[in-house]
Design a protein around this ligand. Structure first.
Ligand SMILES: C[S@@+](CC[C@H](N)C(=O)[O-])C[C@H]1O[C@@H](n2cnc3c(N)ncnc32)[C@H](O)[C@@H]1O
Length: 236
């Protein structure tokens, strides 16, 4: 385990709830899984301004390639990485994540990160197929999820079906989808787990509880179970 902190970094978010959320996420995703990240070549999909890549560096990542579709976020990311003295180990690529994944060679990355993205798209299947083709040893995802509370009768009891919730968001907001119609799907946790298994990975859900979160400010979605994170390992 490694302690992750954004204090004094160029990613120090202005408001305290945002700062807490960033730290809690990075601690659970990377700090508590440092053994899987240390010395590894990492691909960070939808990397925004490199804030999560900074967390991965603190957990010991050797290098990070960040893929992001919005120019202004990449610009900010480059500026921040320079201030943090990480320019040599961080490469930003302006691209749609799916285009980039299709162009990459299998085996180029040890770890693929897909954080805060899988509910801003309708192409979840493509993501899992491309992960299977690229075959990193570890995939880490973090996403808002649709709850598995649908009742499909006794036959399905205890086997929540893999589902999507259709939603819409404003593509002019920089944190959202880049697709002009704003249509997105929220996957259920059953969907994520099934897709990992079908593509040759063993998923483990990262717990967010009293033992792993020391401050719940701005973490309500994790507490309510409508946000979920997984570490998935390539099946031996
Ligand atoms: C909610 S932010 C997540 C940022 C960061 N990964 C995190 O977890 O904090 C979603 C990011 O996805 C980017 N994005 C949206 N659609 C994209 C696409 N098709 N390809 C690459 N990036 C995309 C947005 O510009 C935004 O930076």
């Amino acid at each position: 385990m490694k302690a992750i902190s954004f204090e004094g970094s160029p990613w120090g978010v202005d408001d305290e709830p945002g700062r807490n959320r960033l730290r809690q996420r990075a601690q659970n995703l990377f700090g508590n899984n440092a053994g899987l990240i240390e010395g590894k070549t990492v691909l960070d999909l939808a990397c925004n301004n490199g804030r999560m890549a900074y967390g991965a560096f603190q957990a010991g990542a050797a290098s990070v390639t960040g893929v992001e579709i919005r120019d202004e976020l990449i610009e900010k990311g480059r500026e921040n990485m320079e201030k943090a003295g990480l320019t040599d180990r961080m490469k930003f690529i302006k691209s749609d994540i799916f285009e980039y994944m299709r162009s990459a060679e299998p085996g180029s990355f040890d770890v693929i990160l897909c954080l805060g993205f899988l509910y801003h798209t309708v192409d979840q299947v493509e993501f899992f197929r491309e992960c299977a083709r690229l075959r990193p040893e570890t995939v880490i995802i973090d996403t808002s999820v649709a709850k598995n509370y649908f009742w499909f009768g006794r036959r399905m009891f205890g086997k929540p079906p893999a589902l999507f919730l259709v939603s819409y968001e404003d593509p002019s907001e920089t944190r959202n989808t880049f697709d002009a119609d704003g249509i997105v799907y929220w996957p259920s946790t059953s969907y994520l787990e099934e897709m990992f298994r079908r593509t040759g990975y063993v998923p483990r859900r990262i717990p967010y509880n009293g033992k792993t979160v020391d401050d719940w400010d701005a973490m309500d979605d994790y507490r309510r179970g409508i946000r979920a994170s997984y570490v998935a390992r390539l099946k031996a």
